[in-house]
Design a protein around this ligand. Structure first.
Ligand SMILES: Cc1cc2nc3c(=O)[nH]c(=O)nc-3n(C[C@H](O)[C@H](O)[C@H](O)COP(=O)(O)O)c2cc1C
Length: 178
């Protein structure tokens, strides 16, 4: 059983009003995995760095991520028949930075990286790549939640994952007690 801290007081703590800015500031303290989603639509490839990736269901195997309305990736996903979720490794912070740049077209995004051509394009060097088909999508405020059915998994090197925490890229730390 967990022992309460010695300064524990039973009264409810005060809450500040939650607007988008307060939420953003608060969630900076929560590390997220970093993935790159690539897709292809109308002959043009597109990718973006995504921090909102999560596992949704095992049966069937589903994963999700959220995409800003009006972004290039959103426009591509509107017409895509599938996408690839690259689980980035700790030595791929440069890949994450690159796919977060807003000023590149799809060809320039892919040019610097070794990748397997085809649809969707597959980047080399990730921990793993999840090949997805569209399963569902939901509007949620200024984002759309895309839920993908994982139809294939490309295993990569068994390295450590890349995390994003307090506006910088990190690796996983050491194990803590529990
Ligand atoms: C660590 C990190 C996580 C991100 N996570 C998301 C995300 O979950 N959803 C999203 O729409 N954009 C996310 N972005 C922003 C996109 O990578 C990218 O900057 C944006 O899609 C560019 O849009 P544009 O191509 O329309 O200019 C993230 C960026 C970073 C650096």
């Amino acid at each position: 059983m967990t022992t309460p801290p010695t300064d524990f007081r039973p009264e409810r703590p005060a809450a500040v009003p939650a607007d988008g800015n307060a939420l953003r500031q608060t969630l900076r303290d929560l590390p997220t995995p970093v993935v790159v989603v690539t897709t292809e639509a109308g002959g043009e490839s597109r990718g973006a760095t995504i921090g909102s990736f999560t596992s949704v269901s095992l049966d069937p195997p589903l994963v999700s991520f959220h995409v800003t309305h009006g972004s290039s990736l959103h426009r591509a996903l509107d017409h895509a028949r599938g996408w690839a979720v690259h689980l980035l490794a700790a030595d791929q912070a440069d890949v994450a930075e690159h796919f977060a740049r807003p000023d590149l077209d799809g060809a320039d995004q892919l040019a610097p990286f070794a990748h397997a051509p085809g649809s969707p394009p597959l980047l080399r060097g990730a921990l793993a790549v999840l090949l997805c088909e569209p399963h569902a999508r939901f509007e949620a405020g200024d984002h759309t939640v895309f839920v993908g059915h994982v139809t294939g998994i490309v295993e990569g090197a068994g390295r450590e994952p890349l995390l994003y925490y307090r506006q910088s890229y990190r690796g996983v730390g050491g194990e803590v007690g529990g």
